[in-house]
Design a protein around this ligand. Structure first.
Ligand code: HPA
Ligand code: MG
Length: 240
């Protein structure tokens, strides 16, 4: 990769070594046994294994932050509007923004101004996607016009939520919309409807919780990304 002046800086060299495609967790990997981790007692019996430890999540987010910092700065040297998709995306968003801020502090020759916005999307009941997508907070986003936008999401599963959200956001006429997700699911039955621009991990088709990802509002207060035990899925199921 070269700059406008034709020089390859050390930073670009570093960026060319970072992959914004996902780190792939293979189907054969069923996670680490719980006994190696300090987990909250109230969830121990509801979990099967730790799929991705918190530390690895943090390292991967640091790499994504670096990638975004450089890409955005080269292609769009303007303010970036970071849009957090609540509630599941809040921890990823917070850590990603704080790691981009670190880049801003540490790099002397460039910086990326950001503004932060929040919306809420809800399409999950129990462990499957419901037909109805609820988007809250979009009406406050008239400031998106002609802005470069990055949508920060915890998980892309079928991709249908993100396709619907992107369509809604385009009504505000942003200059560009990029999608950044921490996880993308490798579904056995369906192909994902959308290719995000930045992805942390591609994971097998399990229902996972932790690091703000929930199951019916439980497990957000868990640090590691864990696979649930069948009994846990049953215990916290919403029954009608
Ligand atoms: N966990 C939590 N939320 C989700 C998942 C998941 O595995 N897939 C889609 N939304
Ligand atoms: Mg989500």
């Amino acid at each position: 990769m070269t700059t406008i002046t034709g020089k390859t800086t050390l930073m670009q060299k570093r960026d060319s070594l970072i992959d914004s495609d996902p780190l792939v967790i293979p189907d054969e990997f069923v996670g680490y046994p719980l006994r190696y981790f300090n987990l909250p007692l109230h969830y121990r019996d509801d979990l099967q294994s730790v799929l991705i430890p918190y530390g690895l999540v943090q390292d991967r987010i640091e790499a994504l932050a670096s990638s975004i910092f450089l890409d955005v700065h080269i292609h769009i040297p303007e303010q970036l509007v970071c849009l957090c998709v609540l509630k599941g995306g809040y921890r990823f968003f917070s850590d990603l923004v704080s790691k981009i801020q670190n880049e801003n502090r540490l790099q002397n020759d460039r910086s990326l101004p950001m503004s932060l916005e929040f919306i809420r999307c809800k399409s999950y009941v129990n462990d499957s996607s419901s037909e109805k997508l609820e988007i809250i907070g979009l009406s406050d986003l008239n400031s998106l016009k002609h802005k470069n936008l990055i949508v920060v999401e915890d998980m892309i599963d079928t991709g249908s939520t993100m396709v619907a959200l992107k369509k809604e956001l385009e009504k505000f006429q942003p200059k560009s919309v990029k999608i950044c997700t921490l996880f993308i699911k490798r579904r056995k039955d369906k192909k994902c409807l959308l290719k995000p621009d930045y992805v942390g991990f591609q994971i097998p088709d399990h229902f996972v919780v932790g690091y703000a990802l929930d199951y019916n509002e439980y497990f957000r207060d868990l640090e590691h990304i864990c696979i649930m035990e069948k009994s846990g899925i049953e215990k916290y199921k919403i029954k009608d």
